[in-house]
Design a protein around this ligand. Structure first.
Ligand SMILES: [Zn+2]
Ligand SMILES: [Zn+2]
Length: 265
């Protein structure tokens, strides 16, 4: 595996309220300039009703049509230069399934970006928050595996997202990694090495990367899972800087582990 990418199946737009405020077309132009041949727009799915308590995290429900139309127009305009796919980054909860069932025919793909879990008492817990405990990590793995088994997900973005803001990789974290890797092998759904934190590290935007997580990917390497890099593009410079991001990810995760993964692209 060299560090060249001509694909990216994880890309956001201004509508999510935390990405760069530029027209969707600017991202397409940047991908073309950097030699990308296939990309997917996978902005954070809207929710109706909204259940995720985080602010500025996803498009409004009434922006969905504009989003889909914009991508269709760009697909047609740039069809000779780049293959553009229409997608959404979704979280799995049973109550969100009817919406995903209703929208999937209009999408080329859905990627899973599980950012929260629900406890049996109904509490929604956002990964990365201080209240996340080992049982929540187990619930996270359960949700991710359930989503994979439903068969609508094309890849799992940042499968190690449960390590956000965490440094301890204990038995619960290890068990979660094993469950997710086992499900990936069983379903054939690839796991994404997320390149957004390595990019932020290179830019001096953060000083510590907790995912992608070396302990997680060491287990993934032992399983020999199918893997894919994802830029998780929120800002134009991520596209031109992708080689540095891959290089940093390799250093963080150990090249030996990365080389044991089966890259699907
Ligand atoms: Zn985002
Ligand atoms: Zn994303």
């Amino acid at each position: 595996m060299n560090n060249l990418m001509d694909y990216n199946f994880h890309s956001h737009t201004w509508r999510c309220k935390h990405a760069q405020m530029v027209d969707d077309e600017e991202f397409v132009k940047a991908y073309i300039q950097n030699g990308f041949k296939t990309i997917a727009f996978t902005d954070h799915t809207p929710q109706h009703p909204v259940i995720d308590p985080r602010k500025n995290i996803r498009m409004d429900f009434d922006q969905l049509e504009d989003y889909l139309t914009s991508i269709e127009n760009l697909k047609a305009k740039y069809q000779d230069q780049i293959d553009i796919k229409t997608g959404l980054e979704v979280e799995y909860l049973p109550e969100l399934e009817p919406f995903y069932d209703s929208i999937c025919d209009r999408l080329d793909l859905m990627i899973l970006g599980q950012h929260f879990i629900r406890r049996p008492d109904g509490t929604l817990v956002v990964m990365g928050s201080e209240e996340v405990n080992d049982e929540d990590v187990e619930r996270y793995a359960h949700m991710v595996v359930a989503a994979m088994e439903k068969g609508k997900i094309s890849l799992v973005a940042h499968p190690d997202y449960y390590m956000l803001n965490r440094t301890t990789f204990g038995p619960a974290q290890k068990k979660a990694a094993c469950r997710i890797c086992e499900a990936s092998l069983r379903t054939g759904i690839p796991l994404e090495i997320n390149l957004l934190p390595p990019y932020k590290l290179n830019q001096g935007i953060i000083d510590k990367v907790t995912y992608p997580c070396a302990d997680f990917w060491k287990i993934a390497a032992e399983y020999g899972v199918h893997a894919i890099y994802g830029l998780d593009t929120h800002h134009l410079p991520q596209i031109g800087n992708y080689k540095d991001s891959i290089e940093t990810a390799r250093k963080l995760l150990s090249p030996a582990a990365i080389d044991r993964l089966h890259f699907v692209r």
